[in-house]
Design a protein around this ligand. Sequence first.
Ligand code: BGC
Length: 791
Amino acid sequence: MEYKATDAQYEGWVISETAFDVRHLAKFETIFSQGNGYLGLRAATEECYGGERRNLFIAGTFNRFVNQEVTELPNAADMLQLDIRLNGNPFHLEKGTIHSYRREFDLRQGELRRDIVWEDEQGAQFKLRYRRFVSLQNMHLLGMRVEITPLTHPSDIFIRSGINGQMTNSGVQHFLEGDRRVFDKELLQLTATTSQSDIEFVHTIASQLYRSGSRLQTDPVPSMERRKVMLTYQADAEVGETIRFDKIASVHTSFDFDWNERSTSSHSLMAFAREHLLAAANKGFDQLFNEHEQAWQRRWKHISIEISSSDFFDQLSVRFAQYHLTIMTPAHDSRFSIGAKGLTGEGYKGHVFWDTEVFILPYFLYTEPETARKLVEYRYHTLKGARKNALDHGYRGAMYPWESAVTGEEETPEWGPVDIVTGTPTYIWTGKIEQHITADVAYGAWHYYQATDDQEYMDRCGYEIMMETATFWASRLEWNEERQQYHITDVIGPDEYKEHVSNNAYTNYMAYWNIMKAIECTHSLMQVQNEVYARLEQELSLTERLKEWEEKAQYIYLPQPDSYSHLIPQDDTYLHLQVIDLQKYRNQKVVASILADYSMTQLSEIQVSKQADILVLFYLLEDWFSKEVKAANWHYYEPKTLHDSSLSLSTHSLLACDVHDMDLAYEMFAKAARIDLGTNMHSCDEGIHAASIGGIWKAAIMGFGGVRSWEGTLRLNPMLPRTWDRLSFPLYWQGSQLQVTVNRDKLEVKRILSEASVGSKLREMNILIHGRPCSLTDHLIIDLKEGIPVE
Ligand code: BGC
């Protein structure tokens, strides 16, 4: 693994695999994944190896194999595999001799390149160069190229390429077989339909062969097998002569937004896909690549963050995060959202968690509000399913699923990894009792509204989400006669090492916040008495609900900080549990090593946390807690936290900034930045950690850049770590585009004017900078001393 670019001008943009090692395939497949939010392609090599995971996912196309299983994103047909034979010998890196090997991933445009000099077992040497991209310009397309040059002997080159629909998700075949066709010995199609959701997939490829740059009119041999259609090409090459094979491939599905609007006839989807692919193939690899590259250039221009750090890895990791945030997010369609592994692996089956609202949405809110809107609309589309969940559990309103797909109904599997005490699979309780997600979704909708002022969203979707989630909590509260309070018992908070706890502080506070926000929204709607109010009053009986919320909210038990120690109990029992020496697990090389020694039941009896719990609350509801409380709880809980969830470190980094421990904040940022991209060669075999990727941005921009907002006011509390001299980033706030630049002694906020607004009078914007009200018209400079305004 190498992070330095061979060409110095691309420093901070390129990540390389410098030696082939079959044990590390999964790592590179994940981090070098390509995509565009519609299509996600794991970076499996063209030739096959044991242990590889060849995945191609199309966002939103969930299928449930049988009723006992949860729905998952099916693995589409493989269009990348190439069987190459050189003088009859299969090209395979576990045979022969590798003279040089380098696979480079270029974040500038997500291009994957592989250069190899390989000698077969008979002593003939070849140079092979592969290139691959998934188009950002045309979401259905991907392109690949391989160039083969014999270096020592003239060679007979065979390339077998096609569409392989024999793919499964760890053995589960989600598709019914469809059509296979060969057109003009150049274009192949294979269709398949998901077994339960009835989504038709049309895979199409067109390939061309060249010798020394000139197209070869070869006659490839077509073949078909079960769920497979192939073409075999053959060409001769002299020493030094290059044979090039270009392939353009596409996927379309009957679930596509751009297809849904046209027709539903399967034959015409095939024809549509064919026309689409032919038009692309006529442009050729180079032009398609250029268009794709330009789309990325435009994107980077819009989102680019600059960091001057003594460690160049910081800049690289933030770019890596922004690259993955782009390819994991279905910005084209709000019927589905971001999976916990994006579109990079089978892990978590493509399901959506609280990860989206709490860890990923902030990036889009402040960088690309139009995409943020898609993410919050998704929760509106799934409101119906959330209402059903509430009813199924005996509650009212909307109870959002812990794991969500397209309907909004619960999709958490029931059984998980082995329980080391009983030897049976562990029961997964999160789908039943990790209920804080409902308040997190409401928080996401509100946060979006505050950051964008998007009243249309609020009127059409947001208010309803606020009211329905508050109603869920009102029906969820349990009256405790003895304490004369409402409690919430038997839940899992963010710390999943504590199951069946009562009054998890995070859950109670967020439920309270949710109800209070619904009360506030209802009052403001009542004041305007517009048609939104009339509709919600009619559909939801707002006045009646308001009465219930107001009556109950005042009695919700909110665990208070101890007046001496400032500690807030994480739940009713945590502070009384046994304390053990956690050093071994805190120094672990592989996460969750404690599960090899303790079962989930045993973990519930020890003061040990999987991830940030109360601390997340300090970030979401920052004004509800004093600095002393934040610091005291940080110092108590962090040493008991194993950071066994990838969501943990970035939250800790951000909160370390709030307690002004910048060295620790940086140390945690640096660790968070290495969860996927670092040198642990198995940390992300199952796919990227989407929330951790969002967390890298959060730690950099909301932590060191100090970007926060509270009730519609933007706050900037920048504090650079010692290793950074400068941080510059784009920031969107309520319709305005800002460029924020922080140096050690100066903060500069510039308003970027759109063409339409040049010359027009700008509305003054109020920003709190380190707690001091400042007003911005078009440009603001504040003197800082070590990050704090100079008095
Ligand atoms: C974490 C959850 C998270 C989920 C998906 C779990 O390991 O504990 O907080 O939502 O992974 O990323």
